[in-house]
Structures are given as structure tokens and as C-alpha cells.
Design a protein. Structure first.
Length: 762
């Protein structure tokens, strides 16, 4: 799915990323592009050219500066997984980004950091609701600093993906691509090799096959009305050992897209889009050493979206309304049993029941971009808008489930997971106003974003200010700066957990009756808190250089009021009570140097980022009491606050990327991505105390850096008229480098892997 090549000996002067399409007549106003908007748009032809791997939106960001993936993102032991990798932008946590599809938020507030599919009383979540295949995307715009006031609900970055539009002419395509363990080199530690090769556990996947397939059909009904119908399937099968035989686990993600685009009348200045997007996910698992433990993890969402853009005599108006419903659920056997045999072996079966979590979101937006107002050397362009979201979350277990334990001495116990139903609702209101003010070579962009939610009951005012100075007046050398505040999204997880009864243990039998043996150990309390936020400071320089654009940028962010949790002493009811707090804090600094250039048939992007991030906690589930903030530890030859330790993940100091995409003669195109990540430091308590200060001593463990080279080769041949076939070969980790990762210990990234694909265009 790369950009189209031309026959041998012929050249195509069409620039990379510029697609010519015949559109119906509409009114076009001159674009007003502010210098102060620091965004990066990845056009469709670049998306098609990037060595894609699983091909998610997250994978498309890999060559951009100050973006990091978790240490577990590409584990050699997890080759069959298909979910998008967690990503950190500008030092933010993976659940602190704002992912957007066609203007509507794509962010799960249920429990996005949960990741254990075998947890008895919870189901895994994900930061994104819809796992959109990048082949359905027209472009992706990433905002990682100096973000305009029109965007909120993030403390990391904003990733806005626009789905492909219906074409003006009838046509479409079919495609298939695949990889498997036989085409993959695994890097496994010697101590783990035997466990890996004879795995009965989903965390070790020695065999897998992945299949991706789909189609697009573009159907113009008239010059003013066009339709797109598209389908994507991503299927992975993972054979594992199961009681002396081989059984397959499965991961399956589908995407259905139906989109109508048009104009109301031939002379209209208005356009509209109506779309329906449905993307269900299923993960089929079983638990090691448990018979009849088959379960299905359900995720994904559907989205209905309506957009209207119209030109007014004094402004451009954009209206949008949409509804989305997502889930994180589990279908499993009703109960779980484990029986101890006289030889102390165990017979185990089942799993403790169904759990259903859903999130329903109604979102309405209005944006008004006023025409520029000019007075002499001054000009103003005022943008304003409003955003309303009604988000409802539910969590339920329809039937009480039990984990029975039968000991060989006749003692019987059971863990009780009670039936429950919980719900939480969040209504969020946002207003923004910004003025793009120009005076000669100076551009200022002051802005404000005001948001309120009735969940935490917080009124948040986020000032945004960016400034640029065109030093020579010809856009060749531009200085930039900015001071901004960003407020993160809130979470529904703890409100839902508050209504969920904790498990407890009973002793007895069905014939004699069951009596309480031990109370549940935990319970959850919800409390209104401050909204996590980050203050950002930016300074940079942009220079036209060697026919391209070079930028040097420094970004500093101070995060505060971040969510963590606290645990009470054991209460009178025998439980420990957990609740959220605002004790989390973080600090991020990055220095970014990049250069990009595109020719009619080639595109090059080079960037390097040096960054350092400290964080008091990695997740809202980490314990961080008040006393932890002042506790000191001995680290790296000095006493520091425990809360100021380097972040344990997403924290490679140096990341350098080189991406090239180009056309070659004879209908070939080639792309290559070279990436270097420097060594990574992890921390661990030594178990010793400093001999003079009496504080815990922490040691650093350094892992080596790594170089990864990915490449993709496409060859296209024309059949007749507009029909053609493209064959593709994708090689990830071409040099088969053995790159270590921080988690799990003794873990490595995937070795060399081949993908083969074919696509037919009509």
C-alpha cells in the first residue's frame, strides 16, 4: 500500500503526499496557516510507505521526535499480539494522550492502564477505544507542543486521524498481507528458551500466524454525493500447549467503515460527511493448567459521526455531532475450581465468570474561524468554539461467581465475586478562544481554553500562548516560543470500582453451608480531586536548509496533580481502602533536532531527540501516599526525593530516526526506517540502607541501546485501464539485532521478521 510508481523510463512529477482528486464545485477560501501551530501531518502516501508492522495508528508515529514506546511494545515473546502499542508523547503517560478520529475523541476512560487478561475481577483496557487500521487513514496530525486552544483533554499529545474520503470516480482495491513465526527470528534469553519453546502461557508465543485483509469500494452517486465502503480484518492465531495437545488462542480485530460525503447544491459553499465506523476486537484465551477455562476478551467500539462545514460571509463554520459506544468485557465460565490430590498435585478448571464494561459518549462540537481582520500592518484571525461531551460508564457482573478450593484434608473454601452493577456519568463542557495576531514579521497566538466537568466538579482555565518571529521576512528563519497549560482527561475507573463489592472467602460446603472465613482485603473510595495538568515552556528555531526544513526545539513540561492512589490502614470492616489522590508529579525536558525534505519522488525525515523524564509514579494504580513525596533515597551518589526518580519506562535518553520513502525505476518503490535508541537505565532497591543517612539505597541497572532497520519494497504492474496489482515485501529488524528491553527482565525485541502482501486496484 505504497504510493503509485510509474513505468520504466517514465517519471511522475507529482510530489509525495499530494494526491490529485476531482472534486465537485465548492467555494475555496485562501488558507491562513499560522507559523505558531507546532504540528506534524503525516500524509497518506507517507503512511502507505512506512514499514508498518501491525499497521496501527500508533505504529505510524514511530519516526517522529519525542515519541517513545514502552519497553514491552515489540517483545520477541509476544509475536502474535495485534493491539496498538502504548505510546508516550512529550513525556506524557500512555493514557494521557488525546486520540481523535474524524474530530471525535477515541479515548477510553474505563481503566486504560489495566492489561492482565487473566485477572479474576477485572478485564484489560486500552487507551484507545477503536483500533483503527492506518490503511483507512487519509492523514494523521500530531500536536506535541504549542498545541492550539481548540484541543484539550490531554497531558501528553494530540493524535488526530482523518479517515479516507470517498473518491469522485468509481474504484477500489483488495489486499492481503501476512507474517508468521516461520518468517521470524526470535531473541530469547537462554534461561527462558525451554519455557518459551514449550509454552502453555499467552505471555510466551513461540508460534503464530497473522493475516490482514480488506477492501475499499468508492461509489459516486452524483457529482455532489459520494460513498465509501471499506472493511479490514486482522486475525492472529497462537498455538500453545494445553494438557498434552496444541490449542490455538486467537486475536481478531475488524473494522467496517461506511462514509457519505457531498455538497447540498452545485453552488453551495457547504460540505458534509456522514460516517459509521465499527471496530470490534476479540481475544480468545485459556489459562494454563486449567481445564475448560476458555474465555473471550471483548473490546472495540462503534462510532456514528455527522459533520457540516459551511462558509459564512464573515467566517467558516464547522459543526459536528457523534455517538460512540465501546466495551471492555469478558465472557468466561461461571465458576472456577481447584482440587488438591493426595500427592499434593492439583486439578483445576474454569474461570470466575462474565464481566461487562461499557462506555457511551455523545459529543457535540462547534468551531468558528473568523475571516482575518486587517488594519494597516496588523491582522487578527479569531478562532472560537465549544465542545460538549456526555460520557457514561458501566461495569457489571450479572451473576455471582465462585473460585472453589478443595483441599485434600477435607477443608473447602471459596472466593466469592459478588454480582454487582455500577455506573458513572461525566458531563464535560469546553470553550476556547484564540487570536492569531500578525504584525509584520511577528506572530502572536494568545488563547484560552475553559473546561468544566460535573464529575470532579473542576473549572479549569488553560492559557495557551505561542509566538513566532520571521527574522528575515521570507519564512526562511523563524524563532518560536510558547507557554502553555494542558489539562488531562479524567477517569471513570474509581467511581465504578467504588460500587463494586470486594471479594471475600467463605469456608464450608454446599451441604453444611458456607460461613465467612476471611473478609475481602480491599475496597475502593471515590473522591473529587483536582484535574492533572502540565505547564509547558517552548523555545525553538526553524531554518530552511538544503531545500528542506530544519528545526531545533526545546520543550519543558512540569506535571502536577497527577493521579495515584493511597491505601488506608486496615479498617474496622477488616478491609484496606484504596482511593485516588493527586500526589503524582512529573518533569520532562527534551531537545529535538530534525530535518525534512521532499522531492517529486522521494521523502526524507531525520530527527534526533535527547530527553529526560522523572515521574513519581507510572500509573494511577501506583501507591503514592503523602509521606512518599518527602521520603528520600540514596541514588547515584546523592540523596534525592523518591518521587524524583527517573521514569521506569518510556525513557530512552537518545532516540534518532531516519525515514526515506522513494520511487525507483521499473515500478519499484522502497522505504526504509533506521532507528537508534540509546541505553536504558532501570532502578531497583538494593535492600540496603545508607550507612550514614539510614535511607534506602537504590541501584541503577543499565541495558544496552539498540539499532533497528526496517524496510519495505513494493512493485506495481498495470493490467488494463485503471487496474493494477502491487506486490510488497516488508522486512522488520533487517539486521536481526538483539536489542534488550527493560521489562520483562532478560527480555529482547523481536528479531528479523518478513511480511508479504498483495493488493489489487480497480
Amino acid at each position: 500500500m505504497a504510493f503509485e510508481t510509474t513505468p520504466c523510463g517514465q517519471q511522475d512529477d507529482e510530489p509525495l503526499g499530494n494526491v490529485s482528486t476531482v472534486l465537485p464545485p465548492i467555494m475555496v477560501k485562501a488558507a491562513y496557516e499560522p507559523l505558531s501551530t507546532a504540528s506534524r501531518t503525516i500524509e497518506r502516501k507517507i503512511i502507505e510507505g512506512i514499514p508498518a508492522g501491525n499497521g496501527s495508528i500508533s505504529d505510524m508515529l514511530t519516526f517522529l521526535p519525542d515519541i517513545q514506546y514502552g519497553e514491552a511494545a515489540n517483545l520477541s515473546s509476544h509475536g502474535g499480539e495485534i493491539l496498538p502499542a502504548a505510546v508516550s508523547i512529550s513525556g506524557g503517560k500512555a493514557f494521557e494522550n488525546n486520540f481523535i478520529i474524524d474530530g471525535l475523541g477515541n479515548n477510553s476512560l474505563l481503566d486504560p492502564d489495566a492489561d492482565n487478561p487473566l485477572e479474576h475481577n477485572n478485564v484489560p483496557g486500552h487507551a484507545q477505544e477503536i483500533f483503527l487500521d492506518a490503511s483507512l487513514v487519509e492523514d494523521i496530525t500530531v500536536y506535541d507542543h504549542n498545541v492550539p486552544a481548540s484541543f484539550g483533554d490531554f497531558k501528553g499529545g494530540v493524535v488526530h486521524a482523518r479517515t479516507i474520503d470517498p473518491a469522485a470516480d468509481f474504484g477500489g482495491s483488495l489486499f492481503y498481507r501476512t507474517t508468521r513465526d516461520a518468517w521470524t527470528s526470535f531473541h530469547i534469553a537462554a534461561s527462558e528458551r525451554e519455557k518459551f519453546e514449550n509454552s502453555a502461557d499467552h505471555s510466551r508465543q513461540p508460534e503464530f500466524k497473522k493475516h490482514q485483509a480488506g477492501f475499499d469500494v468508492h461509489a459516486p452517486f452524483s457529482p455532489r454525493l459520494r460513498m465509501l465502503a471499506a472493511y479490514r480484518l486482522f486475525l492472529s492465531s497462537i498455538p500453545l500447549q494445553y494438557f498434552g495437545e496444541t490449542r490455538k488462542q486467537q486475536r481478531r480485530n475488524e473494522t467496517f467503515l461506511l462514509k457519505l460525503s457531498g455538497t447540498p447544491a452545485a453552488s453551495s459553499a457547504s460540505t458534509f460527511d456522514l460516517s459509521w465506523l465499527y471496530s470490534p476486537y476479540k481475544g480468545r484465551y485459556f489459562q494454563k493448567d486449567f481445564r475448560n477455562s476458555d474465555m473471550t476478551i471483548l473490546g472495540g467500539a462503534y462510532q456514528i459521526n455527522a459533520e457540516l462545514r459551511t462558509g459564512l460571509p464573515f467566517a467558516d463554520l464547522h459543526l459536528q455531532a457523534g455517538y460512540k459506544e465501546s466495551e471492555n468485557s469478558r465472557q468466561a465460565p461461571d465458576h472456577m475450581r481447584q482440587t488438591q490430590n493426595p500427592d499434593n498435585s492439583w486439578d483445576r478448571e474454569g474461570f470466575p465468570g462474565d464481566i461487562e464494561k461499557t462506555q457511551q459518549t455523545l459529543q457535540c462540537k462547534a468551531d468558528l474561524e473568523l475571516d482575518p481582520l486587517r488594519s494597516g500592518a496588523f491582522s487578527h484571525k479569531i478562532n472560537l468554539g465549544a465542545d460538549f461531551q456526555n460520557i457514561e460508564g458501566t461495569s457489571r457482573r450479572d451473576e455471582t461467581s465462585y473460585l472453589y478450593t478443595f483441599f485434600s484434608n477435607g477443608t473447602n473454601r471459596r472466593n466469592v465475586y459478588e454480582q454487582y452493577a455500577a455506573e458513572a456519568r461525566l458531563q464535560q463542557y469546553s470553550l476556547y478562544l484564540e487570536d492569531i495576531l500578525r504584525y509584520k514579521r511577528l506572530e502572536l497566538r494568545p488563547g484560552l481554553r475553559l473546561s468544566y466537568d460535573d464529575f470532579m466538579e473542576n473549572l479549569n482555565l488553560a492559557p495557551r500562548f505561542a509566538v513566532t518571529l520571521d527574522l528575515l521576512g521570507n519564512r526562511q528563519t523563524i524563532l518560536t516560543g510558547g507557554i502553555n497549560r494542558y489539562y488531562a482527561n479524567t477517569l471513570l475507573a474509581y467511581r465504578l470500582l467504588e460500587s463494586m463489592p470486594g471479594s471475600y472467602i467463605e469456608q464450608g460446603s454446599d451441604t453444611t453451608g458456607w460461613t465467612l472465613w476471611k473478609t475481602g482485603s480491599t475496597d475502593y473510595d471515590f473522591a473529587s480531586l483536582r484535574t492533572p495538568c502540565a505547564d509547558e515552556y517552548v523555545i525553538g528555531l526553524e531554518q530552511r536548509l538544503l531545500g528542506g526544513r530544519a528545526t531545533l526545539t526545546y520543550v519543558k513540561r512540569n506535571g502536577r496533580d497527577e493521579f495515584a492512589r493511597t491505601m488506608s490502614d486496615r479498617q474496622a470492616d477488616g478491609k484496606f481502602h484504596y482511593s485516588l489522590n493527586n500526589n503524582g508529579r512529573s518533569r520532562h525536558e527534551s531537545y529535538r533536532l530534525s530535518w525534512e525534505r521532499q522531492w517529486p519522488e522521494h521523502f526524507i525525515s531525520i530527527n534526533a531527540t535527547y530527553q529526560k523524564t522523572t515521574s513519581a509514579n507510572e500509573s494511577y494504580n501506583d501507591l503514592l501516599d503523602d509521606e512518599d513525596l518527602d521520603e528520600e533515597i540514596w541514588y547515584h551518589g546523592r540523596a534525592i526525593a523518591k518521587s524524583a526518580l527517573p521514569r521506569k519506562d518510556f525513557n530512552r535518553p537518545w532516540v534518532i530516526s531516519l525515514l526515506h520513502i522513494g520511487k525507483l525505476p521499473c515500478n519499484f518503490s522502497v522505504s526504509s526506517l533506521l532507528k537508534y535508541r540509546s541505553g536504558y537505565q532501570t532502578l531497583q532497591a538494593s535492600g540496603e540502607l545508607h550507612e550514614d543517612l539510614g535511607i534506602p539505597v537504590y541501584e541503577k541497572t543499565r541495558l544496552g541501546g539498540g539499532i533497528t532497520a526496517d524496510c519495505k519494497i513494493d512493485w506495481t504492474t498495470r493490467l488494463w485501464a485503471g487496474h493494477k496489482v502491487m506486490l510488497s515485501l516488508e522486512i522488520l529488524n533487517l539486521l536481526n539485532k538483539k536489542n534488550p528491553v527493560g521489562e520483562p527482565r532478560d527480555g529482547y525485541e523481536m528479531g528479523r521478521q518478513f511480511w508479504l502482501g498483495a493488493q489489487y486496484f480497480f
